[in-house]
Design a binder for this molecule. Structure first.
Ligand code: ADP
Length: 536
């Protein structure tokens, strides 16, 4: 019975989930359990009485062992000490030990009893967790940068660089799915880790057994050694990698597929060593490829929009130039007609009609001028011819001219400024004509427009107030936009350009243009211009 209990105890010790061993005063094994022997790959008789723990440690751990063992023998206890140990196959793994010492009656050290934790599993878990966090961070970071990016080239370069680095590939490339006369072919677009010349000369036929999978968007290909893959070396003319190709053993290829299912291209990675690409790397590239597809589609839409906008701007510029030429001739002939009628003395109604025609021509000219101004602004070619002048008389004269051609409303002028400005008279007049013109246009039931001139903090301020329809609350933020017109207002003609142009003009003078408005009551538009050499 006694014997059986003892055997049971030995069995328990031998198969405990942790390692157990005892060392003598020289550090040699007196006992070692089966669990620890299994980790180390030795038989008990190869270690007990033959080797010490010291013999199995790495150089770095050996350096620490002696001092720790001596201290332990004196103090009788150590806990949580880590060493790196080498097993029979030469594999290094980390252990953590907790030891208690046994002493004889005279207090001499006899042996240690140590229980050992194998940290490999723990470290493996920690490493994998760290790797996962790193991967997620990387996916998030690259996703963020590429989604903010508008240029296709930079998106592809950033994706290629990041994925090449994160997968540990020696080189990575994005091949764009483009079509040529001979059919579809993947063309090299971006490359990381190798010069462009290393790839460019080979082209990339899509129908080889290796590439087809990716090119058709069927899924990811990850192979530890592509040269041993059954699909490898099947196609003419090269039957494998062409001469001079970068050496690829580890191979990873991930298709980049748009939401519509179209294969935009593929990300390809290579390494001259086998087994480099892990399943984690594969998942990461898959996630990035998915984001890249969205970013690429956005960039394409953005480029198409830019292109369409440019075409529209070009069209407006050309159309307004084309419209202006016949208009100039019409103006000229009207003038001639007018003179002829005058000479004929008293042409009656014809004169009136001519007058009206002239007014329409003026309106047409101003519309065309607005369109041309927008083109100039878009091209950065709106120029100012600045001169120094007193603002007060200038505003008054401008208002008199406007009043002469507008009889529906009385323009009242209040206040004054002694401020001189350095400005383009033609352009400031254009702003005044636009603001007062709008005030008249958008207050069809009112009879008055009020213009106030004042001076504040070295700025001259001109305010144009009407008592008209006012501006809808949700339109307020948009009225300075190019081509913007209030959605529900078809009663009034216009192109929605006047305020846009006026704002640009005033800001080019370092002033500001703003407004206040109350729906159904009216609006006030203000502009400011910086004063120069104030006269007091
Ligand atoms: P438009 O040629 O349409 O008048 P603007 O750029 O001068 O173009 O004005 C843009 C829009 O702002 C107008 O369509 C109108 O809806 C609104 N708006 C401008 N001035 C006034 C005003 N004084 N009162 C009410 N609405 C105005």
């Amino acid at each position: 019975m006694q014997q059986e209990i003892l055997q049971l105890e030995i069995d328990i010790l031998n198969h405990a989930p942790c390692g157990l061993h005892a060392l003598d005063g020289d550090g040699k094994f007196i006992y070692i359990n089966q669990t620890e022997l299994d980790w180390l790959g030795y038989e008990a008789h190869e270690l007990v009485g033959v080797k010490g723990l010291y013999d199995l440690l790495t150089e770095e751990s050996k350096n620490r062992f002696h001092q720790l063992f001596e201290t332990f023998k004196r103090e009788g206890k150590v806990s949580g000490i880590s060493f790196d140990i080498i097993n029979r196959e030469g594999k290094i793994f980390p252990i953590q030990i907790n030891s208690n010492a046994n002493y004889d009656e005279a207090g001499n050290f006899i042996s240690s009893l140590t229980y050992v934790v194998n940290l490999t599993e723990h470290t493996e878990k920690e490493r994998s967790l760290k790797q996962k966090t790193k991967t997620l961070d990387a996916i998030f970071a690259i996703g963020q940068t590429i989604l903010e990016e508008r240029s296709l080239d930079s998106i592809l370069q950033k994706v290629t660089d990041a994925t090449t680095e994160l997968t540990g590939a020696q080189f990575g490339a994005f091949f764009y799915n483009s079509v040529n006369e001979e059919g579809e072919i993947y063309q090299l677009f971006t490359l990381s880790g190798a010069p462009r010349a290393a790839f460019e000369k080979f082209g990339m036929p899509r129908n080889t057994a290796v590439f087809e999978h990716t090119f058709m968007g069927r899924g990811i290909v990850r192979v530890d050694d592509i040269t041993k893959d059954p699909r490898y070396g099947k196609n003419a003319p090269h039957f494998g990698m062409p001469k001079g190709h970068l050496p690829v053993v580890s191979y990873l290829a991930v298709p980049v597929v748009a939401k519509s299912g179209t294969v935009i291209g593929g990300l390809f990675f290579g390494h001259p060593e086998p087994g480099v690409f892990t399943s984690e790397a594969e998942k990461m590239v898959e996630a990035i490829a998915w984001q890249a597809a969205i970013a690429i589609e956005n960039a394409k839409l953005f480029e198409a929009l830019k292109e369409a906008n440019k075409k529209k701007d070009d069209f407006i510029s050309i159309a307004s130039h084309e419209l202006k030429t016949p208009l100039t001739s019409i103006s000229l002939y009207i003038q001639l007609l007018e003179r002829t009628f005058k000479e004929m003395a008293g042409p009656g109604k014809a004169f009136q009609y001519l007058h009206k025609t002239k007014a329409f021509i003026k309106k047409l000219r101003s519309l065309i001028e607005d369109l041309l101004d927008v083109s100039r602004i878009q091209a950065g070619k709106l120029e100012l011819r600045k001169e120094d002048f007193d603002l007060n008389p200038f505003i008054k004269e401008t208002l008199e001219d406007i009043q002469n051609t507008n009889k529906s409303h009385t323009i009242l002028i209040r206040g004054s400024t002694s401020c001189s400005v350095s400005a383009d008279k033609f352009r400031i007049e254009q702003v005044m004509v636009n603001l007062v013109g709008n005030s008249i246009k958008y207050s069809p039931l009112a009879r008055e427009i009020l213009v106030e001139i004042k001076e504040e903090n070295n700025f001259a301020i001109v305010a144009v107030t009407d008592y008209g329809i006012g501006i809808n609350e949700n339109e307020k933020s948009k009225i300075f936009d190019r081509y913007h017109r209030e959605v529900n207002e078809n009663r009034f003609s216009g192109l929605g350009l006047g305020l846009f142009i006026s704002k640009v003009i005033i800001e080019m003078h370092e002033g500001k243009l703003w407004f206040t408005s109350s729906l159904g009551k009216g609006s006030s538009f203000y502009f400011s211009l910086p004063c120069i050499n104030l006269k007091k």
